[in-house]
Design a protein around this ligand. Structure first.
Ligand code: FRU
Length: 325
């Protein structure tokens, strides 16, 4: 028998326009296969905090049973998130934090550790000496602050390693190129570019390539499994390394199911990271390919099952007609 959805899961995403968030949605949809009682109401705020607030209001009007939200910026989104929570609707915050305590649970990657691991890797690569250009995300979003803090705290151990320029790339390629054009002199002197995501790292690579600058290493964050995203760029040696930033999509859906079933859930779930470089990228790729193949198989079986269900329903219907006539 077909299950009709019983719960509406509101998902307010700060932007849907990049590989990392595309992957988050894919992971959510896969997990939703196991939860036919849940229906996803998805909103994409396209990097705009005001739009995101308006969209959360739309989700309220649509009577969502739970809110999943990845806030574009921590401060502007805080009041609406608190309002949803105080109306008695559970709230799971994903990846980017909000400047409020009014939420049920937070799930996200260990951003501070990402910054720290990047610093250690750079120190190893440069023998503890050299110049780093740091490319940061959107100023008001929490991973920007935490990745920056982790990097700088770890660098205090290496006095001969200095951050010789900070570029605000706002998480996106276009802004990164604009910021790069304003700091070309510093970039020319740099040994390493550490960008807070792979999109900005790749953008910096292309900028330097176009300017004929060589000998600079590029490091990013995310390691998403798509062409021209992190894993692919590390395989092609365009990036020296990328720090895996798990999306938490699967965890968010299964936690939502637990909350709706009245189970207690942890307040903070920190997802672990790992540095991917030429030494382990092949293994990573193999694992990803294997998981994707398994998921495809599951999806095929699901649709076969669905066909069988429909066929069975049709036959039952026919049988009833035959019996009653
Ligand atoms: C995607 C993204 C990722 C980054 C994360 C930080 O929109 O910019 O690249 O790791 O958001 O919140």
């Amino acid at each position: 028998q077909q299950t009709t959805p019983k719960y509406r899961i509101g998902f307010s995403q700060c932007t849907g326009n990049d590989d990392w968030r595309r992957n988050m949605l894919v992971e959510m949809k896969r997990e939703l296969f196991y939860h036919p009682e849940m229906q996803l109401l998805y909103k994409d705020a396209q990097d705009d905090s005001k739009r995101q607030i308006a969209q959360i209001r739309e989700l309220l009007a649509a009577k969502m049973d739970i809110l999943l939200v990845s806030p574009n910026e921590a401060v502007p989104l805080a009041p609406i998130i608190a309002e949803v929570y105080h109306r008695g609707i559970p709230v799971i915050i994903l990846d980017r934090k909000a400047a409020t305590d009014s939420f049920t649970a937070y799930i996200g990657g260990d951003n501070y550790n990402i910054g720290k691991l990047a610093a250690e890797y750079i120190a190893g690569q440069l023998g503890g000496k050299g110049r780093i250009i740091e490319v940061t995300g959107l100023r008001g979003s929490s991973p920007t602050i935490e990745r920056h803090q982790g990097l700088h705290d770890a660098l205090t151990k290496y006095p001969a390693l200095q951050v010789s320029g900070v570029l605000e790339g706002n998480w996106v390629a276009g802004k990164t190129q604009e910021a790069a054009a304003r700091q070309e002199a510093a970039i020319r002197q740099a040994n390493v570019v550490f960008a807070q995501n792979d999109v900005m790292a790749y953008s910096m690579y292309r900028y330097c390539e176009a300017k004929g600058l060589s000998g600079i290493k590029f490091i990013g964050v995310d390691a998403s499994p798509y062409p021209n995203a992190g894993i692919d760029l590390v395989s092609r040696r365009i990036l020296s390394a990328s720090l895996l930033y798990p999306s938490g999509g699967k965890e968010a859906i299964s936690m939502a199911a637990d909350i709706l079933a009245g189970k207690k859930v942890p307040r903070n779930t920190l997802l672990q990271t790992v540095l991917i470089d030429s030494s382990n990228v092949k293994l990573m790729r193999l694992q990803i390919d294997k998981i994707q193949a398994q998921h495809q198989e599951i999806e095929q079986q699901q649709s076969l099952l669905q066909e069988q269900r429909l066929l069975y329903q049709d036959q039952q219907h026919l049988l009833r007609i035959v019996v009653t006539t």
